[in-house]
Ligand binder design. Structure first.
Ligand SMILES: [Zn+2]
Length: 129
């Protein structure tokens, strides 16, 4: 996927995928955001509209990849601007993207694998709720 493919329809589909992955809630404030795929064009500038936010800002070298992308309401995205993530945001990002990260952890030494087993328990408990 090159940057050329990232037109407005690609971004809306991506925003929808992030939105769905987060249960429709803003990464930062937790507010409920309308589905970006079904939202009318004239409503997309509303402050509760879902936008793609790069947790590590693009302007500071953050990757334009799933691992660094979250759905955030327009209000939070504008307020955050190009600030680096804080400790809490970083951990929430790692937790949110854990399914993407696990294959990489598999290639790490055994001590990391042990940590992964410990991390699995709350993930499975959460899935049963
Ligand atoms: Zn928000």
């Amino acid at each position: 996927m090159t940057a050329d493919h990232r037109d407005s329809s690609w971004r809306r589909a991506r925003c929808h995928a992030l939105w769905r992955h987060q249960g429709g809630l803003c990464f930062h404030c937790g507010c409920a955001m309308p589905d970006p795929l079904t939202q009318r064009a004239r409503h997309r500038k509303r402050l509760d509209s879902a936008t793609i936010d790069h947790v590590f800002p693009r302007a500071l070298g953050g990757l334009p990849e799933w691992i660094n992308e979250v759905a955030a309401c327009r209000s939070c995205n504008a307020a955050k601007a190009d600030r680096m993530p804080g400790f809490v945001e970083l951990w929430r990002l790692l937790w949110l993207k854990r399914e993407t990260l696990l294959p990489y952890i598999d290639t790490a030494p055994d001590c990391v694998a042990v940590l992964r087993e410990q991390k699995k328990a709350p993930a499975e408990a959460g899935a049963q709720v």
